[in-house]
Design a binder for this molecule. Sequence first.
Ligand SMILES: C[S@@+](CC[C@H](N)C(=O)[O-])C[C@H]1O[C@@H](n2cnc3c(N)ncnc32)[C@H](O)[C@@H]1O
Length: 453
Amino acid sequence: MVKISDLLDRQTGLYFPKGRWEDLERGLLKIAAEGKFENIDTLIQSYLSAPLKSSQIEVLANHLTVAETYFFRDETSFQALEEYILPKVISKQNHSRSLRVWCAGCSTGEEAYSIAISLNRVMPNRNDWDISILATDIAPQSLEKAKSGLYGEWSFRQAPAWLKDKYFKKSKPGAYQIDPRIQKMVTFQQKNIVDAMSFDDSAQGYDIIFCRNVLIYFGPDKIRNVVDGFYRCLNEGGFFFVGASEASLQVYSKFTAMSVSDVTFYQKPSSADSRSSAPKIGKDIAKTANQYDEAFYQYQLQNYEKAERLALITFESCREERVAALLSRIYANLGRTSEAIQWCEKTIAMNKLNPAHCYLYANVLQEAGRDDDAIEALKKTLRLDESFILAHFNLGHLMHVKGQFEKSMQCLDEAMLLLKVLPAESIVPHSEGLTAAKLQQMIQNMVKKARPA
Ligand SMILES: C[S@@+](CC[C@H](N)C(=O)[O-])C[C@H]1O[C@@H](n2cnc3c(N)ncnc32)[C@H](O)[C@@H]1O
């Protein structure tokens, strides 16, 4: 048992200290019976006689790991993903419009499909993006099931109520087939994450990595190696999720630990945080990054005064565009219009090509009663991004106010066309929570009033 558990640790990462030898023996007995080995000793001898072949590793993984998983497992993690992480990643990647996710140890696929569904919910324009979700597992049987996209009731045991109706079709009693559009978003591949090859050049450049409830099977050395591998594969500022019981400050010390709604996850700091050889400066920059996150978090909680204080301190030390943009939004929400205008102008001066900055500026100008300037800012927003739904909508509204009904209708029609391709319950970009269905209804009401039957 000592030799086989040592071999398993080295080649598969599967960790069987003495206290778990009974589990190991049970698994090996099953393998011996299926493989027609005389007894478990002959099986162990065959494993020890040469380095394990991948087919043997697969059989071991199928019998010695638990494939336990279900849709939206630990739902708050997906809440943090949808409400905090994806908005950040989307705004960071907006220039390249590419987003890469790796779900490692995906088992039968429920987790990877849950990620795809979350992306679908918060990224209505996802077809304009190059999105890849790679889902990997060591166990081929699980991957086969994952690829089929067919699930029984048990996979939905903690799932939100809307999930089955919106994203599955009942194929027979108690069996549900995932929506092919979601299925297409995920690529399944066999990978042993203990193998250094799993973290080679082709596995770089991820924005988000999930590896939940997998590291629990590994010994401490393997955990460190694997976590180092994930760290290298993440883009700077990328996020790393582990299972609720796997959080550890020591193991993930290279990451910045973060917590949103009681969910802990980890962020790879930017090189500016880690490059500095002068510890004091490095610490200050890290502090700034954390302060920004805290300010943004307080903003999301609508604690605008607290968010303002934190964002001002942060801006003092880093003068970053994202902090200036946050201050514009904070002042806009506080109704402090002239400060909001100043911060919008400061943000636009830092980056003239970001349509979201122009759109916010337009809103604040409109709030200040400067409708003509707001119209100009909305037109500029649309020159930068002609698919900016809310810019079309607001321009339609302002044109109506100005009595330019034909132009108003054109803008509203444009917004409607863009909205029609979105799922009804998806959130309209830059709207902070307005669904596509709701906005369509608002437009229909406006049009009805403008063109009485
Ligand atoms: C309990 S499931 C976790 C599934 C999913 N991540 C979740 O949290 O719901 C653990 C998965 O880890 C996989 N696994 C174990 N060792 C692995 C390894 N060395 N490489 C890749 N996957 C591994 C198992 O095959 C199993 O499917």
